[in-house]
Design a binder for this molecule. Structure first.
Ligand code: ATP
Length: 422
């Protein structure tokens, strides 16, 4: 194998209101160091002379309001400075939201509920992170809600969830994921089961409302909701549904005028819909890149991002667990006795016998203590991955971030697969 020589450090001097954009070479890492001035990465301030490390394929922007010098060490796919960023616009959006929070605080009302929508690859997740960081830096405690089941930034793909943000995102690892609220969906695209998708969105909104009633600061701070890039047909209807369930006050549409006009037409007048440009720095991710990003996300769940985690592998007896799947094909009406009402097939719980078909699948571990808690509406404690099924011994081998035993017995099957090549 050819050995590449060590690359030279690249130093960049940034004028005020500019950003350095870079992507880490596949298989490589980059360390970033701020040597002069002040700068931030997606709203988190960099500590001077501290080395930040980014892994393979990471796409990063270092923005400065006042000018700075940064050094990159390692191999980049690209690295360039851009003067053309929408940051001033985004910070004005933040200022308007902050004004709404101040008003809410003064008048004993609730703060802004903001949803970010747009097609794929326009920087929705990045704008969420920026707005959350700016809010928390002012002492707010906003809630981050992620409805994007394709990325699953709060847990793993195939879930939706929410977290209360109490400190700025870590530059390398993102937001701290302590005590997240997670709901099982089981698929990487909402279209796989729209009914279930809408139901868990409604549940998530409910729980957020309850939290706001108990926690004044959370209520005043409001929420920032990330959505998936499916903005046509059923995808569009799910955006309207989520807007209604969360009673959003503001919708930021990134980069699509048609979507902006449709939302203005279809939402009540008190919802403020604003159109904003995307950043030229947002990198397009073709389908294979998305797929591998999903796998990386699951791998990170089991193996950690920066500090390596050592997941546990152990056997679980079939007898100690109850495995379910949400959704079953509907029976044609002609198969049913007259006058019987069919249970909604999309949100029906179907008991599953473990077998070879679940190998490599991720399973959601429900917090439910019994089937009296509806498994669909109960939040998820964590995930395991099935690595082997032994029918003779009636056990399955699982990969788990926590040691045995499993916390509860109820589990939900996902069609998210993970193969452990380590
Ligand atoms: P999705 O289609 O998955 O919903 P999205 O619209 O949420 O995507 P992001 O995930 O925010 O888009 O951004 C896509 C990628 O571009 C990310 O890897 C992000 O780090 C990168 N990115 C965003 N803004 C910039 C920027 N200004 N400079 C460089 N890279 C950026």
């Amino acid at each position: 194998e050819e050995k590449k020589e060590d690359p030279k450090d690249q130093e960049f001097k940034l004028e005020k209101d500019t950003e350095l954009r870079f992507e880490v070479e596949t298989g490589g890492t980059i360390t970033l160091e701020l040597s002069e001035g002040m700068a931030e990465v997606f709203g988190t301030e960099l500590v001077k002379n501290k080395k930040f490390t980014f892994g393979s394929g990471a796409k990063v922007a270092v923005f400065t309001w006042h000018g700075c010098k940064v050094v990159l060490h390692g191999r980049t796919e690209f690295a360039y400075v851009s003067k053309d960023t929408p940051m001033v616009m985004y910070v004005n959006t933040h200022a308007a939201l902050e004004q709404m929070r101040q008003q809410a605080q003064d008048q004993g009302k609730r703060g802004p509920r903001v949803m970010i929508v747009g097609p794929t690859d326009v920087g929705k997740s990045t704008l969420c992170r920026l707005l959350l960081n700016y809010a928390v830096r002012l002492g707010r405690r906003p809630t981050f809600v992620d409805l994007d089941v394709g990325q699953g930034s709060i847990a793993i793909p195939g879930t939706i969830g929410g977290i209360l943000v109490e400190r700025p995102a870590d530059v390398e690892e993102g937001f701290s994921l302590q005590a997240p609220l997670i709901y099982h969906f089981g698929h990487a695209s909402p279209g796989a089961n729209m009914e279930l998708y809408e139901r868990i969105i409604a549940k998530c909104a409910d729980v957020f409302n309850q939290r706001c009633e108990l926690n004044r600061q959370a209520s005043v701070s409001g929420c920032i909701i990330n959505t998936c890039g499916w903005v046509k047909g059923e995808g569009y209807r799910s955006i309207l549904h989520a807007a209604r369930e969360f009673e959003v006050d503001v919708i930021i549409v990134l980069d699509q005028e048609r979507l902006y006009n449709d939302l203005k037409r279809d939402l009540p007048g008190f919802v403020k819909v604003v159109l904003q440009p995307k950043s030229g720095g947002v990198v397009e991710r073709p389908q294979p890149v998305r797929r591998s990003a999903r796998e990386d996300r699951v791998r990170e769940y089991f193996y950690g991002v920066r500090q390596p985690l050592y997941p546990h592998s152990f056997d679980v007896k079939f007898a100690d667990v109850s495995l379910y799947q949400v959704g079953a094909p509907a029976l044609p009406d002609s198969c049913l006795p007259l006058d019987t009402q069919q249970e909604n097939p999309y949100t029906k719980l179907v008991h599953i016998q473990p077998g070879a078909q679940i190998v490599h699948h991720v399973l959601s571990l429900s917090m439910a203590d019994s089937l009296k808690d509806n498994l669909i509406d109960t939040n998820i404690a964590g995930f395991i991955c099935v690595t082997n099924v032994d029918m003779e011994r009636q056990v399955m081998t699982v990969l788990s971030p926590a040691p045995r035993p499993l916390p509860k017995r109820y589990m939900l099957l996902t069609d998210i697969r993970f193969m452990d090549f380590r």
